[in-house]
Design a protein around this ligand. Structure first.
Ligand code: ADQ
Length: 459
């Protein structure tokens, strides 16, 4: 088997006890720990004059190879084109997308910089697997430098329909970059459709098989490879966390009341204001829940250098204050709103303690928290997941209660349905969901993607 070289914007800290709140890092680490290989990318540090050297640290079968970025690169590439243009555009938020030639140039420059650094580390038989929207041009840069290895790409976010992609001034150059990969993986069929519609309708390409297409003189395979979680590990950690100090503190603080939980990066794609409004509506429409049910929303701040993230934070503080001001009692607060990170074991213990998991993004590539909630439950008395139809996870967890996150009243009704659900139905739904997650866990995701990449080139 060939060596696997994973490339992503950020590489997780070597010290695994440090919390990483980000789906890509969590999934890539789980996948790489099994197979071994190299994980190559930005260290997370910004330096005025970045060191030229790539820092290599070995841990078990895995080598972490990282480097710093300059302040300018960080502004134009990371805060700029990646997180102020592509992230909103790929989440269907043209209203929030910021288009700047300068940021696009910075994005291309940093991709070329990543490619130059990577070339020194790779060997001819390595499989190169590039991750996410930050690094779409990587394969094109590597090919330009003569790299002939098999190169795959996985997009963790959605890819929007053709008409939205066309709003990007540099759409032609950016989308053409996808075609330099051998294999392009997506979370759902709708995301894959965005790419194929572009390749065929806009770039004049054609299909050459079920998944293989030709466009602009290149041949690649576009496939759906939905990501999963490390189910066995999560089950074990959640069970052991129940007995830990945190679990006891939480139970005491609830005083027998029921708990609804939400865990998200603090991001406008996650539908948090809509969720708070739905919870407020629950208190109005079903007043028996007052003083009996709390929502604990954990929202870790991310991308604090992008103005829209400061804005969503303010909006949420106001909304939480509003709901709490209206409904709190001297011994009960309806929304517990926390902006902190937790160790993974503690987090899974919290998920297990909640009778309802609320995962209501307006748009999400997959959403690992939905899967982690299911995998954390006590099998004989599981909680119920309320899940947005606009999360890729809705295709992987079909027996959740599926909701439209824009429909405040509908979400409140779904929460009530979850709170009222008899144990037998909860067990049946949980079992079906858990079976589906076990069949398609994170190891299976890595194995099937890598096995397919080994079959390249597809021409
Ligand atoms: P994210 O947008 O980061 O991922 P998600 O899939 O929910 O979203 O993953 C977040 C991860 O961070 C989860 O593993 C979660 O447990 C962890 N996390 C979040 N808040 C935390 C906290 N306060 N403390 C500790 N851990 C926390 C992107 C895409 C998703 C896609 C993933 C993987 O946006 O759609 O599912 O990549 O492909």
């Amino acid at each position: 088997m060939s060596r696997l070289v994973v490339v992503s914007n950020r590489v997780a800290p070597v010290d695994e006890t440090k919390p990483t709140s980000g789906g890509l890092a969590v999934a890539v680490l789980a996948a790489l720990k099994r197979s071994g290989g190299i994980w190559f990318g930005w260290s997370g540090d910004v330096a005025d004059v970045p060191g030229e050297a790539v820092n290599e640290v070995r841990s078990g079968k895995l080598t972490y190879a990282t480097f710093d970025l300059s302040t300018r690169d960080h502004d134009e590439y990371y805060n700029g084109f990646a997180n102020s243009t592509l992230w909103p555009l790929f989440h269907y938020r043209l209203d929030l997308a910021n288009f700047s030639r300068r940021n696009y140039t910075g994005y291309r420059r940093v991709n070329a910089f990543f490619a130059r650094k990577l070339i020194d580390l790779i060997e001819p038989d390595d499989l190169i697997w590039v991750h996410d929207y930050h690094l779409i041009p990587m394969a094109e840069e590597l090919r330009r430098a003569g790299v002939a290895n098999r190169i795959g790409f996985f997009l963790h976010t959605p890819l929007p329909p053709l008409d939205l992609l066309l709003a990007l001034p540099e759409h032609r150059e950016l989308m053409r970059s996808f075609f330099a990969y051998d294999l392009i993986g997506f979370q759902t069929a709708a995301d894959r459709r965005g790419l194929l519609d572009y390749a065929i309708q806009e770039a004049g390409g054609e299909m050459a098989g079920d998944t293989i297409f030709r466009a602009l003189g290149r041949t690649a395979s576009a496939e759906v490879h939905p990501i999963g979680v490390d189910t066995d590990n999560i089950e074990r950690m959640a069970a052991s966390a129940a007995a830990a100090r945190y679990g006891a503190r939480l139970r005491t603080s609830l005083g027998g009341r029921r708990l609804i939980v939400g865990v998200d990066r603090l991001d406008y794609s996650k539908g948090l204001p809509e969720r708070f409004m739905a919870f407020g509506h629950l208190m109005n429409a079903y007043p028996a829940n007052r003083n009996r049910v709390s929502l604990m929303q954990i929202a870790t701040p991310t991308r604090t250098g992008v103005p829209e993230y400061a804005e969503i934070r303010r909006t949420l503080e106001t909304l939480a204050g509003h709901v709490n001001g209206e409904f709190s009692d001297f011994d009960w607060v309806p929304i517990r709103y926390l902006n902190k990170s937790f160790a993974r074991r503690t987090l899974f213990g919290l998920l297990r303690s909640a009778q309802v998991g609320l995962v209501t993004p307006l748009r999400d590539g997959m959403n690992l928290v939905a899967m982690e909630y299911i995998a954390s439950q006590l099998p004989s008395d599981p909680g119920v997941l309320v899940l947005s139809r606009f999360a890729g996870a809705a295709w992987s967890i079909p027996d959740a209660i599926i909701v439209n996150p824009y429909d405040t009243e509908g979400v409140a009704e779904a929460i009530q349905q979850a709170l009222d659900m008899p144990r037998q139905e909860r067990v049946e739904r949980w079992q079906a969901n858990m079976d589906a997650l076990r069949r398609n866990d994170v190891n299976r995701w890595r194995e099937t993607f890598v096995a397919r990449l080994e079959e390249a080139p597809f021409a």
